[in-house]
Design a protein around this ligand. Structure first.
Ligand code: CP
Ligand code: NVA
Length: 300
């Protein structure tokens, strides 16, 4: 199974590979690439959590590339009744050409990949959301040019999306400032990985400091799926809300990004997300183009 092209996390793939995947996605978007290279291929998508963008962009992307999809909702598969991930991986590998999994524990994803004979794609876990980041870096590059040295300020919950920003920052040379409450930080292993790879990532508990002179301010919901019990402690995120005053600290032409779904009045004000510096709809569109890059790299 060593040659199977899994798309599990950006820290598990080389920068050149990620650049190739981005280029494929951008080429489909620009019309430089077309055709139906995935004719005869089928993608199975397992959703143990809700999804709008990931589900629709992968489904539409797969169809545009000539392929087919099968969606497995958690509650009406045997997984929902306790069949193991390992047995599911072995069976699905006999029917389909790739498997996308959206789940809670990251270990379920790595177990699936270790037992699957076909590529496995991370459709979001509690640890990371790498497909989102491929769309995000595509958007940042379209809006602001070369990624190397771009200053990005993450403000809010150090979520799964934030972790994929960390990986993307190291792989694409971004200067990433993570502004989060004092009870959150990176683990020692994450910090060591950043240092070993020459990354420019730092944690602060001061949103204004992070935003100073940034090219992009980005955030995510304060309550991720499956973490609803933490909603009682939302007050600690208030100093990290992205509002007009915080945007004013960034460069005058800085952009605002958000993976969506958003909660206006919590992590971002309506004035910012619906304002002129927000690129969230282009970012959402780029999920489709980035997905096509990932699918082609995994399968074609
Ligand atoms: N951003 C994102 O992954 O959205 P969905 O949860 O709708 O897939
Ligand atoms: N951090 C969010 C991202 C949703 C796309 C969540 O996990 O719910």
């Amino acid at each position: 199974m060593g040659d199977v092209r899994h798309f599990l996390d950006l820290d598990r793939l080389e920068a050149d590979t990620l650049r190739d995947i981005l280029e494929i996605g951008a080429s489909y978007k620009a019309g430089r690439l077309n055709g139906r290279p995935l004719e005869g291929k089928t993608l199975a998508m397992i959703f143990e959590k809700p999804s709008t963008r990931t589900r629709v962009s992968f489904e539409v992307g797969m169809r545009q590339l000539g392929g087919e999809i099968v969606v497995l909702e958690h509650h009406d598969t045997q997984l929902g009744r306790g069949e193991t991930i390992g047995d599911t991986a072995r069976v699905l590998s006999r029917y389909v050409d790739a498997i996308l999994l959206r789940t809670d524990m990251h270990e379920k994803l790595t177990e699936l990949a270790s037992l699957s004979g076909v590529p496995v794609i991370n459709g979001l876990t509690d640890r990371s959301h790498p497909c989102q980041l491929m769309a995000d870096v595509m958007t940042l590059e379209e809006q602001r040019g070369s990624l190397d040295g771009q200053a990005v300020a993450w403000c809010g919950d150090l979520s799964n999306v934030a972790m994929s920003w960390v990986h993307a920052a190291v792989r694409f040379g971004l200067d990433l400032r993570l502004a989060c409450p004092p009870d959150q930080s990176l683990s020692n292993a994450e910090t060591a990985w950043i240092d070993e790879n020459g990354g420019r990532v730092r944690v602060t508990h001061d949103a204004a400091e992070a935003a100073e002179g940034a090219d992009c301010i980005v955030t995510d919901t304060w309550v991720s799926m499956g973490h609803e019990a933490e909603a009682a402690r939302l007050d600690r995120f208030t100093p990290f809300r992205v509002d007009e005053a915080l945007m004013a600290r960034a460069k005058p032409d800085a952009i605002f990004m958000h993976c969506l779904p958003a909660h206006r009045g919590q992590e971002v004000t309506a004035g910012v997300i619906d304002g002129p510096r927000s690129v969230v709809w282009d970012e959402a569109e780029n999920r489709l183009h980035a997905q096509k890059g990932i699918l082609t790299w995994c399968l074609a």
